[in-house]
Design a protein around this ligand. Structure first.
Ligand SMILES: N[C@@H](CCC(=O)N[C@@H](CS)C(=O)NCC(=O)O)C(=O)O
Length: 212
């Protein structure tokens, strides 16, 4: 349940900022019931306002909602944008990326067989909008990396795995992926045994549910 698609940007941001963390992974049972009791038992006991996965415990502080967790870590390291323009770009992309993520999640978990072709058909336009937004900037907000780059890396990487040709002709996005993977801390993390590339989704998903 605590799967890369939504938790991966948090892991990447923690690694990049040198934040030490201990990861608690919940796994659900096999088909057809996909028993979630390990999480459900904890969920009630966590005493969180909105218990969900992922969540972050930092001392007495408990935070759910992946973007709240991202912002919490990013604020400590000044990775939320500095100028007003950068901050606005971060806010736009944080939300646009969530829309993109939710559409992909619905496809992977619910509508895969009936909607896959239509989703792929629309991808050039969707990715084209992100490409245009990035333009010739180094990172999505501007010259300095921000937390939304970690989110976009993950989403673009998922789409590269889902439909490899989708990014072929979008040079600024493929350059962005390469630039991100070349960051020292990220490179080291990706080589380490802590790195979880797959499965992307939980066991009940129609795509990305297998360890490759
Ligand atoms: N908007 C939430 C979505 C979280 C979410 O959908 N979590 C899924 C796993 S990716 C889950 O299984 N949550 C546990 C639950 O609903 O009890 C976020 O960004 O953190």
């Amino acid at each position: 349940m605590f799967v890369p698609l939504v938790a991966q940007p948090i892991r990447l941001l923690m690694e990049y900022t040198g934040t030490s963390y201990e990861e608690k992974l919940y796994s659900c049972g096999e088909a057809p019931n996909y028993d979630k009791s390990t999480w459900i038992n904890d969920k009630a006991k966590l005493e969180m306002d909105f218990p969900n996965l992922p969540y972050l415990e930092d001392g007495d502080r408990k935070i759910s909602q992946s973007n709240a967790i991202m912002r919490y870590i990013a604020r400590k390291h000044n990775l939320c944008g500095e100028t007003e323009d950068e901050k606005v770009r971060v806010d736009i992309l944080e939300n646009q990326a969530m829309d993109f993520r939710n559409g992909f999640v619905i496809l992977c978990y619910m509508d895969y067989d009936s909607k896959k072709d239509a989703y792929i058909e629309k991808l050039p336009n969707v990715l084209g909008q992100f490409s245009k937004f990035l333009g010739n900037r180094k990172w999505f907000a501007g010259e300095k990396i921000t937390f939304v780059d970690f989110i976009m890396y993950e989403l673009l990487d998922q789409h590269r795995m889902f439909h490899p040709s989708s990014l072929n002709n979008i040079k600024n996005l493929t350059d962005f992926l390469e630039r991100f993977e070349a960051l020292d801390k990220i490179k080291a993390y990706m080589k380490s045994d802590r790195f979880i590339k797959t499965p992307v989704n939980n066991k009940m998903a129609k795509w990305g549910n297998k360890k490759e």
